[in-house]
Design a protein around this ligand. Structure first.
Ligand code: NAD
Ligand code: 0WE
Length: 258
């Protein structure tokens, strides 16, 4: 059975009750994991308060600010993990960002700055967090990130995020190859479209979800909790032979050609 009792899990990317990271945190908690949660700090501290209230029922033993563009904040977060837990077993990377301009219009119109920012937040951050996690994963570990089909195929308007996801998926393979000797596994879940804060800000997301409901073998989209269950599996010893993989949790959409 899936059992994460005694495992320490750090979850990034919770913004609200629709976040995929929230679905993951709930399922890790249900499987018995000890949770730490990071949030993206903002000037007014609004995110902090909202996320703190949301995660309260999961009784996280760590609650830390972590803007992945800030290397010092990353280091401080993992120092806090080391001081409080001593060991880390599970790292969930569930965040992405591209400017509004980079997510619409002609792909080639993207500015150098918007392109770099998206790669930095959405792809490089996995390298940075994994590097910080590595010395704390003394009994092996599992790193799980979230990707999307737009990193492999052209999805209208996904544009620069597609390039960032392609880089993220290759990061998964290089990190898995490097860290395997320490029994640290690195995998990605490629989720089908789900209505979240990030996706709702995208024009036409409802039409895309409707399209998936017509085409996907299961004739529906997936939920945050289904992604959470797969993350719990990848985080657990049930997946001990799996590393460097991109696992599609998309109601089967990816296999279809027509
Ligand atoms: P979300 O808006 O709930 O989560 C995105 C998170 O990224 C937020 O918590 C936000 O605070 C965080 N973030 C942005 N910039 C950051 C920074 N500089 N430092 C730290 N955190 C930062 O949306 P979501 O849909 O749950 O997205 C989570 C992940 O799932 C992303 O990687 C996204 O690409 C991926 N994904 C989403 C879908 C979908 O349809 N919603 C499908 C496949 C994959
Ligand atoms: O990865 C994502 C969304 C990522 C995302 C969303 C936003 C909207 C608000 C990253 N940055 C931002 N920046 C903002 O200012 N998904 C997989 C969801 C998504 O986004 C799309 C999609 C799908 C699906 C964008 C265009 C087309 C399809």
């Amino acid at each position: 059975m899936l059992n994460l009792t005694g495992k320490n899990a750090l979850v990034t990317g919770i913004a609200n009750n629709r976040s995929i990271a929230w679905g993951i945190a709930q399922q890790l908690h249900a499987a018995g994991a000890n949770l730490g949660v990071t949030f993206l700090p903002d000037e007014k501290g609004r995110y902090e308060k909202k996320v703190a209230e949301l995660v309260e029922p999961l009784q996280p033993t760590l609650f830390l600010p972590c803007d992945v563009q800030n290397e010092t904040q990353i280091q401080e977060a993992f120092e806090a993990v080391r001081d409080k837990w001593g060991r880390l077993d599970i790292l969930i990377h569930c965040l992405a960002f591209a400017s509004k301009e980079a997510l619409s219009g002609e792909f080639s119109s993207v500015s150098r700055q918007d392109f770099s920012q998206s790669i930095d937040i959405s792809a490089y951050s996995l390298v940075s967090l994994s590097r910080a996690a590595k010395p704390l994963m003394t009994e092996g570990g599992s790193i799980v990130t979230l990707t999307y089909l737009g990193g492999v195929r052209v999805i209208p308007n996904y544009n620069t995020m597609g390039i960032a996801k392609a880089a993220l998926e290759m990061n998964v393979r290089y990190l898995a190859a490097e860290m395997g000797s320490q029994n640290i596994r690195v995998n990605a879940i490629s989720a089908g479209p789900i209505r979240t804060l990030a996706s709702s800000a995208v024009g036409g997301i409802l039409e895309m979800i409707h399209h998936v409901e017509q085409i996907a073998p299961l004739r529906r989209t997936v939920t945050q909790l289904e992604v959470g269950n797969t993350a719990a599996f990848l985080a657990s010893d049930l997946s001990s032979g799996i590393t460097g993989q991109i696992l599609y949790v998309d109601a089967g959409y990816e296999i279809m050609g027509m």
